[in-house]
Design a binder for this molecule. Structure first.
Ligand code: 13P
Ligand code: SF4
Length: 328
């Protein structure tokens, strides 16, 4: 293999632009028995080289069953952390350690522990989009694929804290008739959709169905014909007889939608700023170059203490167990 490092300073590594990155990544994957797991919000070129593309639940399930020695996680930090918690002896690589999450950041552990203390008789159900410290303070983890079923699996009188996403929490409260106590967190990408622009778009495309992610605010969700996780939205668009869809989530998902239904039209819902579509700045930090460098040097590696892994694992395993019992 060609020496690709033009600059040996770590973090300033540059890749020879003449290199066939896809070929090299595939070569390294095979040589090192590595698997690439990618979220639907990744850039299209990353989705195309991934061994598995999915939503947060699918990615956790895939991480749990992988036989590979190395997991390269093309997503954000909390997703790679979940993969590490489920595979403490494997090497988990994340192409850019700065790929965080505004929703995870909206729930700091010290404040959350104090919040929990104020509600001592409550069970804590936490959306997977949070740090390992928050998972360690939780009873059950959920994703947007299984949140409603997990909440419904608990007795009606059971008091629940739901964290960190207030929009998903409010959506579940409405759907299940529960009164969960909500942590006041949100995702910057899903909170920024413009109601006014969405309504205008619906008028311009009267036959389009609106597909939305439950991390969106209530007024946006009220405009939706279907609400679900990224996988659920994708599957809905595949099965639907409709030809046109307005998609209210991060734009990365449009790649798989367009690939599986090339004859259909997918229109990204506009945010409340001058951009035409809505990208997650954290998800979009990953690039093919960074994936190549990460596989080549087996860095940056996600490191966690065994103590944290053990504490955070329990509520994740509970979620996976419940999901299997729901047939998810
Ligand atoms: P899902 O893909 O699980 O629906 O989650 C969306 C999301 O915001 C991931 O960061
Ligand atoms: Fe976090 Fe929102 Fe980006 Fe998902 S889309 S990683 S929830 S900031």
């Amino acid at each position: 293999m060609k020496d690709i490092l033009l600059d040996k300073g770590w973090l300033n590594l540059k890749v020879d632009p003449a290199l066939d990155l896809i070929k090299e990544i595939n070569y390294l994957k095979k040589k090192k028995n590595a698997v690439i797991l990618a979220h639907y919000y990744q850039n299209a070129d990353i989705q195309d080289i991934a061994d598995y593309i999915g939503d947060s639940l699918g990615l956790a399930q895939e991480a749990q069953k992988t036989q590979s020695d190395i997991i390269l996680f093309a997503g954000v930090h909390f997703m790679a952390e979940t993969a590490k918690i489920l595979n403490p002896t494997k090497k988990v690589l994340i192409p850019d350690l700065k790929a965080g999450c505004s929703l995870a950041d909206s729930c700091p552990p010290v404040e959350f522990a104090a919040f929990k203390e104020k509600h001592p008789d409550h069970i804590v159900i936490t959306y997977i989009n949070c740090t390992a410290d928050i998972k360690a303070l939780s009873d059950i983890i959920c994703t947007s694929s299984n949140a409603v079923q997990i909440v419904e699996s608990l007795p009606k009188e059971q008091k629940i804290i739901f964290a960190p996403d207030k929009n998903l929490g409010a959506y579940i409260n409405k759907k299940t008739g529960r009164d969960m106590v909500l942590w006041d967190g949100a995702c910057m990408v899903h909170e920024i959709f413009s109601l006014e622009k969405l309504i205008k778009l619906k008028i311009q495309h009267p036959d389009a169905l609106v597909l939305a992610h439950p991390e969106c605010e209530e007024l946006i969700l009220e405009q939706a014909d279907f609400i679900g996780s990224t996988t659920a939205i994708l599957n809905y668009s595949k099965k639907s007889e409709h030809k046109e869809f307005i998609v209210v989530t991060e734009t990365g998902i449009l790649h798989q939608m367009q690939k599986s239904s090339p004859q259909k039209t997918f229109i990204p819902a506009p945010p409340n700023n001058n951009c035409a579509c809505n990208d997650c700045p954290y998800m979009k930090l990953n690039t093919l170059e960074k994936i190549y460098i990460a596989l080549l040097h087996e860095q940056p590696e996600l490191i966690m203490s065994n103590e944290m892994i053990e504490k955070a694992k329990k509520p994740i395993l509970k979620m996976l167990e419940l999901s299997a019992s729901f047939g998810l």
